[in-house]
Design a binder for this molecule. Structure first.
Ligand code: ADP
Ligand code: MG
Length: 630
C-alpha cells in the first residue's frame, strides 16, 4: 500500500503520535489515564513479585521471625492479585477507549468528506483509496497505537525494574540477562519488518478478493452475472486472490516459526548458562537463595519484556504509517476554495450570467465547455439542447458550483459564484440531475430528502403534492404501505422483516423529479433530462405539469425531446462545448440551423438515441458498486 510518509499535511511520525494521543485523550480522558496507570502497574508488578519472593525466601533461609515475614507475604499475595486482575481490567478500559475513539474518528473523517463542496475529490480514485485506508486506519491505528505504546511502556517499566534490581543484587547478572535477550530482539525486529512488507504486498489482493466477493452478492450485478454465467468464474477469481494472500501469510508464519524456534533455543541456552552460574555462585555463598529466584524471574521477565517491546514498537510504527491516511483525509483542503467572508446572497432579481466559461474535468481531459456566454434571465425558462456529450450536464453542474470554471466566470445577479458560500447557493437551487439517486429508503423519504425542512410529520401534504406534480402519486399510493413503503429489496423496513418494493426506471425518475419539486419555490429550478426514462404519454403529462410550474420562474431545462422545450423563453443549442444557436423556437426554426434540422428529424418520427455518456437511465443506489470496475 502506498504510505503517505512525506506528504505535507500528514506530519512526521512523532507529530502523528502526538495527534493520536491527543485524539485518545479527547475521546475518553478517564480511560486514557486508566490505561496508562494499568500499564505502569502491570509493568511494575512482576518486578515487585520477584523482589518480594526473594525477601520471603531469604527470610525463610535466615529463619527470620514470622512477624516480619507475614507482611511481606501479604504484599506478595497482593502483587499476585494485581497481576491476575490487570489484564481483564485493561481489556475493559481499552475497549471503552476504543469505542469512543471509533465514534470520534468516524465523525471527523466523514465531516472531512462532507467539507468538500465540489465533486472533484469524489471522482478521484486516489481519494477513494485514501478514504478507504483512512477509514481502516482511523478505526484501528489510534487504538493499536495506544495499546502498543502502553505495552512498550509496560515492558520498559518491567525491564528497568529488573535491571535496577539485579544491579543492586549483583551487577554481572545484568550483563548476562541482556546477552540472553538479544537474539529474540533481533528476530522480532526482522519479523515485524517482514510482516509490514508482506502486508503491503497483499493488500491489493485482499481488496480484489473483497471486490469479487461483493460482485457475487450485489443485486446490481446479479442480473449480468446470471445472464453471462459469470458466477463460478468470479468465484474462481476471488479464491485465487485469497490463495495468494494465504500463501504469503503461510510463508511469513513458517519463517517466524523457524526463527523463533532457533533463537528461543539460543536464548534458553544463554539463560540456562546464567542460571547455572547463579546456582554455583549461591552454593559458594556469593549470592543468596533469594537472589537466585530474582535472577530466574528477571531472566524470563526481561526476555519477555524485550520481545514485547520490539514487537509492539514495530506495531506502533506500522500504526503510525497507516494513521497518515486518516490525517490526509481530515487535513485535506476543500476541493473548491470557499470564501472566508462569503458575499451575501439575496434572492435572485436580475439573472445568472455565464461569461466566456471554459471547463475541463482535469488538465489531461479535453475541453468540455469552450467559451460559453449565456444569460439566464430572472423569471424566464431557458432550455439547453444538443447531442450527447455536448456538455449540457456539465454546464448544469457548474451552475450549482460542483466545479469552478477553468476560465471565465459565472455570476449570480452580478456576484461571482466563487464569492458565495456553496451552501447558500445550493439553498436557492432545486435540481434533478441526469444521474439522479435512488435511495434505499421509503417512498416518502425519497421525496422528502429534497427539502429536509419537511423531515418531520408536517411534510406529508407537501410530499404528496410534489409526487402528484411529478406524476407518481398514483403509483406510490398503490404500494402496499403507500408512502411508507421501502423502495428497495436490499434493505428491510425498520421493524419487521417485510421486504421493499422495486420501482421501474421511469418510476424512479419520477420520484427523483418529485424530490426536486420539493424545492420548486427556490430561485432556480434545474431539470436535466427529467423525463428521459418515461414513456411518451407519461413524458407528455410530466412536461405539461412542469410547464405550469416553470411559468414565471427561473429555470433551466435539458431535454432530448425537442417538443417538450418548444415553449421555453430561450433555447440554446450546445455543440461541442459551444453555443452555436440561440433564440425562441420560432426564431430557431426560421433560422434553419442545427435545431431546425433536429426538430424536423424528430417530427418525422425518428428520435436520436437518448443514451448519453453521463448515463441516461443510470440509477445509483450504491455508487461504489456502479463504478467498481477499478
Ligand atoms: P451532455 O449532458 O451534453 O450529454 P455531459 O456534460 O454529460 O454531456 O458530458 C460532456 C463530456 O464530458 C463528455 O465527453 C463526457 O464524457 C465528459 N464527462 C462528463 N462527466 C465527466 C466526469 N465526471 N469526468 C470526466 N469527464 C466527464
Ligand atoms: Mg447530459
Amino acid at each position: 500500500m502506498s504510505v503517505p510518509g512525506s506528504r505535507p499535511g500528514v506530519g512526521s511520525l512523532p507529530e502523528r503520535a502526538r495527534t493520536a494521543a491527543a485524539l485518545s485523550w479527547r475521546a475518553h480522558p478517564l480511560a486514557t489515564v486508566g490505561s496508562v496507570v494499568i500499564a505502569l502497574v502491570s509493568g511494575a508488578a512482576p518486578v515487585l513479585t520477584a523482589w518480594l519472593t526473594k525477601l520471603v525466601i531469604d527470610g525463610l533461609a535466615t529463619r527470620q521471625d514470622l512477624g516480619r515475614l507475614l507482611p511481606v507475604t501479604a504484599a506478595l499475595a497482593a502483587a499476585g492479585l494485581v497481576l491476575i486482575a490487570a489484564p481483564s481490567l485493561s481489556t475493559y478500559v481499552q475497549g471503552q477507549l476504543r469505542r469512543t475513539l471509533r465514534t470520534l474518528i468516524y465523525d471527523r473523517l466523514f465531516a472531512a468528506v462532507n467539507m468538500h463542496p465540489g465533486l472533484s475529490r469524489f471522482e478521484d480514485p486516489g481519494f477513494h483509496d485514501e478514504l478507504r485506508l483512512g477509514t481502516e486506519a482511523g478505526e484501528t491505528a489510534p487504538d493499536r497505537l495506544v495499546t502498543s505504546s502502553l505495552a512498550v511502556g509496560q515492558a520498559l517499566v518491567t525491564m528497568a525494574g529488573f535491571v535496577a534490581t539485579l544491579a543492586v543484587i549483583n551487577p554481572p547478572m545484568v550483563a548476562i540477562i541482556i546477552v540472553a535477550a538479544l537474539p529474540s530482539v533481533g528476530v522480532q525486529l526482522s519479523l515485524s519488518r517482514r510482516r509490514a512488507a508482506v502486508q503491503a504486498r497483499i493488500t491489493p489482493n485482499m481488496r480484489r478478493q473483497i471486490f469479487f466477493g461483493s460482485l457475487l452478492t450485489t443485486p446490481e450485478a446479479a442480473k449480468e452475472v446470471r445472464l453471462f454465467g459469470l458466477g463460478d468464474f468470479l468465484r474462481g477469481l476471488m479464491l485465487a486472490e485469497l490463495r495468494t494472500v494465504n500463501t504469503a501469510e503461510r510463508d511469513l508464519d513458517r519463517s517466524a516459526l523457524r526463527h523463533h524456534g532457533l533463537l528461543s533455543l539460543l536464548g534458553t541456552v544463554v539463560a540456562g548458562a546464567g542460571i547455572l552460574w547463579a546456582v554455583v555462585s549461591a552454593a559458594g555463598g556469593g549470592i543468596s537463595v533469594g537472589d537466585v529466584t530474582v535472577f530466574v524471574a528477571a531472566a524470563a521477565g526481561v526476555q519477555a519484556a524485550l520481545g514485547s517491546l520490539v514487537g509492539q514498537w514495530a506495531e506502533a510504527h506500522h500504526a503510525l504509517l497507516l494513521f497518515g491516511h486518516y490525517l490526509a483525509v481530515v487535513r485535506d483542503r476543500p476541493d473548491l476554495p470557499i470564501p472566508a467572508a462569503p458575499a451575501p446572497m439575496p434572492a435572485l432579481r436580475a439573472g445568472i450570467e455565464l461569461r466566456d466559461v471554459w471547463f475541463r474535468y482535469s488538465s489531461d481531459h479535453a475541453w468540455i465547455l469552450r467559451g460559453i456566454d449565456l444569460f439566464i434571465p430572472y423569471g424566464r425558462s431557458v432550455a439547453l439542447v444538443g447531442l450527447n456529450g455536448a456538455g449540457k450536464s456539465t454546464l448544469v453542474k457548474l451552475l450549482c458550483r460542483m466545479y469552478d470554471p477553468d476560465r471565465g466566470v459565472i455570476r449570480w445577479d452580478g456576484t461571482d459564484l466563487r464569492e458565495i458560500s456553496p451552501v447558500d447557493l445550493r439553498e436557492r437551487i432545486g435540481a434533478v440531475f441526469q444521474d439522479y439517486m435512488s435511495y434505499d429508503l421509503t417512498a416518502g423519504q425519497n421525496i422528502m430528502l429534497g427539502d429536509l425542512a419537511f423531515a418531520g410529520d408536517n411534510g406529508g401534504d407537501r410530499i404528496e403534492a410534489a409526487a402528484a406534480e411529478a406524476g407518481v402519486h398514483g403509483t406510490i399510493s398503490a404500494l402496499p404501505r403507500g408512502y411508507d413503503t421501502m423502495l428497495s429489496r436490499t434493505f428491510f423496513g425498520d421493524h419487521d422483516q417485510e421486504s421493499g418494493v422495486v420501482l421501474s426506471g421511469g418510476q424512479w425518475q419520477r420520484v427523483a423529479l418529485a424530490r426536486a419539486l420539493m424545492r420548486r419555490h427556490r430561485d432556480l429550478l434545474i431539470l436535466d433530462e427529467p423525463s428521459s426514462g418515461l414513456d411518451a404519454e407519461a413524458e407528455h403529462a410530466v412536461h405539461m405539469s412542469l410547464r405550469r410550474l416553470r411559468q414565471g420562474r427561473t429555470s433551466v431545462l435539458i431535454s432530448h425531446r425537442l417538443g417538450t422545450i418548444r415553449h421555453a423563453d430561450l433555447i440554446a443549442v450546445l455543440d461541442d462545448g459551444r453555443i452555436v444557436e440561440r433564440g425562441s423556437h420560432d426564431d430557431l426554426i426560421a433560422a434553419g440551423g442545427v435545431y431546425a434540422r433536429l426538430f424536423d428529424l424528430q417530427a418525422s418520427g425518428y428520435e436520436p438515441a437518448p443514451a448519453t455518456p453521463g448515463g441516461d437511465s443510470v440509477r445509483t443506489t450504491t455508487p461504489r458498486t456502479r463504478s467498481s470496475g477499478r
